[in-house]
Design a protein around this ligand. Structure first.
Ligand SMILES: [Zn+2]
Length: 331
């Protein structure tokens, strides 16, 4: 293997003095509906996307408004139907929604737990190939805190999935972190690795703008498979034999591994709740990311639900923590 462009990057705790912490919080949804229009990366069709506030404990739900009966597709790992070049979900009546991963990453990084996503086509618009446009939409929509504590999934036993030199794992840890490494036999990409504590607001800035990428040599084959029909230098980093073809170059020297980590965060959010644990991936992609979430959830001895402390939620809303205990319903 000819790896030239080796880079290590730990935008972690030391340089910015970031404290590792997990602040207890209530569930959150968006304050206002908001939408955008774009094209699907693989189908190349124009799609409009609308985000709407959703009730507590509903999670992320996609709705195909273009299909009879407006089928609902919950954004959870057991609904993943396909992981060829993107993460696609399937719901009632075989309704599909593809390329959910960057939008899911934006929800994870903006800490939006409950939201309805209406789409009038089979694919989330690719926008610029990153999560930044979705993070901007969420910022514009605003956040509404809900009167229920957030429920997280705490990893209590290591879970590992592997396939042909690729690996992804989750280990118990007091704080959530992600560590990803990639290896491509192309000098413009090479080997890159990145390890970060899961600090959503900061990761929205350092991972959010990292774009999806592909190799010019693969594009003809992808098109023959009916994929990447909407792909262009406007929505992906394309690597040719001599290097990056995009006129503006890269957004970060290690944009490739940052994007991989963004994908991992979006795919991991398909667990249905934020995870407490240490995520590690080596050469992992959508298939392995989703397999890991499924393997975790399938092993009931590997995780448990943890509600964020009621008193901390109440501190935020200004209410006394003493009323958090359920009171007899006779009142
Ligand atoms: Zn991606």
């Amino acid at each position: 293997m000819n790896i030239v462009g080796s880079q290590r990057n730990e935008i972690g705790t030391q340089d910015l003095g970031v404290r590792e912490s997990r602040s207890a919080r209530a569930q959150r949804t968006i304050a206002h509906r908001i939408g955008c229009v774009g094209i699907g990366l693989h189908g190349g069709r124009k799609v409009s996307l609308t985000l709407l506030p959703a009730a507590a404990d509903t999670g992320v739900m996609f709705v195909r408004t273009d299909l009879p009966g407006r089928p609902v597709i919950p954004a959870v790992a057991d609904r993943v139907a396909d992981t060829t070049m993107c993460t696609a979900l399937v719901g009632a009546d075989d309704a599909k929604v593809a390329t959910v991963e960057h939008l899911m990453a934006a929800f994870a990084l903006a800490e939006i737990d409950n939201v309805t996503v209406e789409l009038d086509g089979p694919e989330v618009p690719i926008m610029d190939g990153s999560a930044a446009p979705f993070l901007f939409l969420l910022e514009c929509a605003g956040v509404r805190e809900q009167d229920r504590p957030l429920r997280r999934i705490e990893v209590i036993k290591p879970v590992v999935v592997e396939a042909a030199g690729k690996m992804a794992r989750l280990d118990p840890a007091p704080f959530t972190s992600f560590a990803a490494s990639i290896e491509f036999d192309h000098p413009a990409v090479g080997a890159q690795s990145l390890a970060v504590p899961f600090e959503p607001a900061r990761l929205a800035r350092v991972l959010g703008p990292a774009r999806t990428f592909g190799f010019a040599a693969d594009i003809e084959q992808l098109r023959a498979m009916g994929l990447a029909r909407g792909g262009s230098l406007d929505n992906a980093v394309v690597v040719g034999p001599e290097g990056v073809l995009n006129p503006g170059g890269l957004r970060f020297p290690d944009e490739f591994v940052r994007h991989k980590m963004l994908d991992a965060i979006g795919d991991t959010f398909l667990a249905g709740a934020p995870i407490i644990g240490r995520w590690t991936g080596h050469r992992a992609g959508h298939a392995l990311h989703v397999k890991l979430v499924r393997a975790l959830l399938a092993d009931r001895s590997a995780w448990r639900y943890v509600d964020d402390a009621d008193e901390a939620v109440d501190l935020r809303s200004g209410r006394s923590s003493r009323v958090a205990e359920p009171v007899a319903a006779s009142a």
